[in-house]
Ligand binder design. Structure first.
Ligand code: GSH
Length: 211
């Protein structure tokens, strides 16, 4: 790998931290990988809260600039270091609007409103309380949103335009998370996910994301 300005990543072991390790691998960037995990106490130290007062992972530091939020980190790295191609449609006003629409949809409807509800009331029920109805309706809602939010044609190659982007990282990490939550994905999503898993950078990102 080539010489790079100092990059440090805190966080490993979750679908959200994977987003950061995967884009770093796509961009062929070296970094200091601090594999701290959520719910281990490592995010609750005063030293870590001085870096991220939200006490969450992932976090990136680039030459002292601190950024939290997995997708914002992926966007920053892509914009700052380049290295991923774009096509004309992606760069058009319509393409940019579509990017924002897809990102908002995935982060709000799939990640926050569905998968995180399941996590809170299943794996983290000792903190947030058991809520079987909320879990089962979040699973149903997730599948409804998958069906309505993305046409089948958006999954034949890349989810946005004709080039791989951080939206493919976002969607694949969401599908991995859903699979781990025992949600049975529609066939075309399984095919898309399998294809993304063949990318060498996905595999390297997975290895670097091991807690
Ligand atoms: N929206 C944030 C969510 C970050 C988040 O909730 N991270 C979890 C792990 S996936 C966490 O660090 N929880 C804190 C803790 O449990 O100590 C992102 O995408 O980065």
């Amino acid at each position: 790998m080539s010489q790079q300005p100092e990059l440090i990543v805190w966080g490993a072991g979750t679908s959200r931290t994977l987003r950061v390790h995967w884009i770093l691998a796509e961009l062929n960037l070296d970094y200091d990988n601090r594999r701290i995990g959520p719910r281990t106490g490592e995010t609750q130290t005063e030293a870590y809260k001085a870096i991220n007062p939200k006490a969450k992972v992932p976090v990136l530091s680039h030459d002292g600039l601190i950024i939290s939020e997995s997708f914002a980190i992926a966007r920053y790295l892509r914009r700052t270091f380049g290295g991923l191609s774009t096509d004309d449609t992606q760069l058009s006003p319509e393409g940019v609007a579509r990017f924002d629409e897809l990102a908002s949809f995935m982060l709000m409807e799939l990640d926050a409103t569905s998968l995180y509800i399941i996590r809170r009331h299943l794996d983290l029920s000792q903190i947030y309380g058991e809520a079987p109805n909320a879990v089962s309706s979040a699973k149903t809602y997730f599948l409804k949103m998958l069906g309505e939010g993305l046409p089948k044609s958006a999954l034949t190659e890349f989810v946005w335009g004709r080039c791989f982007s951080e939206l493919d990282i976002l969607l694949t990490s969401i599908l991995d998370w859903a699979d781990a939550a025992e949600i049975v994905l529609p066939e075309h999503y399984q095919v898309y996910r399998h294809r993304m898993h063949q990318r060498p950078a996905y595999r390297l990102g997975k290895t670097n994301n091991k807690a």
